[in-house]
Design a protein around this ligand. Structure first.
Ligand SMILES: [Fe+2]
Length: 430
């Protein structure tokens, strides 16, 4: 185990990584860099157990499970996997086999970082070093788990949409096959995924043998498929570098236009369109709306810099305080932690901590971000020493200070504060 590379150093990101991957454009298998203490198959299965608990409680959340037998997706089996009695220790594979009624199966879990606090923290260490050493993807990162003993990835041979690290947790070994887009198009005549019998194509691939602890850099545009005989789990850490235009089209510009043209709460009727004279035809209505649009776009132009800055700064704060993981509505881990938080237990002498990988950022006297959430609270009660202790995940005893307790009570609603005193749950110490 090459744990000297964990977490990868600045030297790794600035030299080893670009050299091994032709400037981050070709796949490369980094052997034995993930210690089992950071990510194990059990940690991924613990995520599935969280999904099963949420299902039993009727909690609506963002993480999704999909079940495949061969290349067939079986949505009717999701309910079975989430609701049936659980597996006995070490018996996950026969349990799945009996539920799906097949020898070989595949289970895909999206947004696993929201379901497994252990993996959010363990792979969060890797993500943080990636952000510091390589860069920050503006959409953050997601964990997608591929668990199974499948003969081939259920999506067939397909193209990656974003740069990703495929972290192999084991226990089995996985064969992973990659093709450059150029080779794939030459061999298959197009970019469509190839399902069914693609044995012939494998001979032309670059093959990687993934053992537990290995991490494969899988750049976008590279075609790939995974195969194995024995059960194993891999977790893809996908980096979401959205197209600039998409960010502007879906987020920044609609937000700006809403501010400029949105409904005025003091005058919900707004400036109404008049009755237009029939004889004049449509031309006056066109002129009127064009004038209004032109004025609004001139205002938009003036406010653009500030609007983009506000949007990007907020994204930055969300990513920094959420361990680098993408911001999802109805984050299961956040909801679980917020529900377990009891502000009445914040007494003088009580020990509190921010669980890894989350962070606190103070953005004003009345505003802070914690675990990806903006919080209105009095931040002046927090000393630099306290903030530092919280951000290094050091358990800290509370002083006798009502103002501080009030602020922490507000922050705790994000699920980003664990109360340690009197608690012996392993999550609280994670
Ligand atoms: Fe893929």
């Amino acid at each position: 185990m090459n744990t000297t590379l964990w977490p990868p150093t600045t030297e790794f990101w600035s030299r080893t990584f670009p050299e091994a991957t032709r400037n981050r454009t070709t796949p490369h298998l980094f052997k034995g860099i993930i210690p089992p203490s950071a990510a194990s198959p059990q940690d991924a299965l613990a995520g599935l157990e969280s999904l099963r608990r949420a299902h039993a409680a009727g909690t609506v959340h963002a993480a999704r499970a999909r079940v495949y037998v061969g290349e067939e997706r079986h949505d009717e089996l999701i309910e079975t996997v989430l609701a049936k009695d659980g597996w006995d220790e070490g018996q996950f594979v026969p349990w799945m086999q009996s539920l799906v009624g097949a020898e070989r199966f595949s289970l895909v879990l999206n947004n696993l970082e929201t379901a497994s606090p252990k993996l959010a923290a363990g792979l969060g260490v890797f993500l943080r070093s990636l952000y510091e050493g390589w860069g920050v993807p503006i959409g953050g990162a997601e964990q997608v788990a591929f668990a199974g003993n499948y003969a081939g990835t259920a999506f067939g041979v397909h193209e990656g949409a974003e740069d990703a690290f495929l972290c192999h947790l084991g226990p089995g070994v996985k064969d992973f096959y990659c093709w450059s887009q150029e080779d794939y198009v030459r061999l298959t005549g197009g970019i469509a995924p190839l399902k069914g019998d693609y044995q012939w194509l494998l001979e032309h691939a670059e093959r990687f043998v993934m053992e537990p602890g290995d991490a494969l850099f899988l750049p976008k545009r590279v075609f790939h498929v995974g195969r194995q005989d024995e059960f194993s789990i891999s977790v893809a850490v996908s980096l979401y570098t959205y197209p600039d235009d998409r960010l502007l089209r879906l987020s920044v510009l609609p937000e700006l236009l809403e501010r400029l043209l949105g409904e005025d709460p003091t005058n919900p009727m707004g400036e109404q369109s008049p009755l237009h004279a029939a004889a004049a035809g449509s031309a006056p209505a066109v002129t009127r709306l064009t004038d209004r649009a032109r004025a609004a776009l001139a205002d938009a132009d003036e406010q653009l810099g500030a609007a983009v800055a506000r949007h990007v700064e907020e994204r930055w704060m969300v990513l920094e305080t959420n361990g680098g993981w993408e911001n999802v509505a109805s984050d299961l881990g956040r909801m679980d932690a917020a529900a377990a938080f009891d502000a009445s237990r914040l007494l003088a002498g009580t020990e509190v901590a921010i669980p890894a990988p989350y962070q606190l950022r103070i953005t004003g006297p009345q505003q802070a971000y914690l675990r990806g959430v903006a919080v209105s609270c009095d931040t002046t009660a927090m000393t630099a020493g306290l903030i530092d202790a919280l951000n290094t995940h050091t358990p800290t005893a509370l002083p006798d200070d009502d103002r501080l307790r009030e602020s922490l009570a507000a922050l705790g609603a994000t699920g980003g504060i664990h109360i340690l005193t009197g608690s012996n749950t392993p999550e609280a110490r994670a």
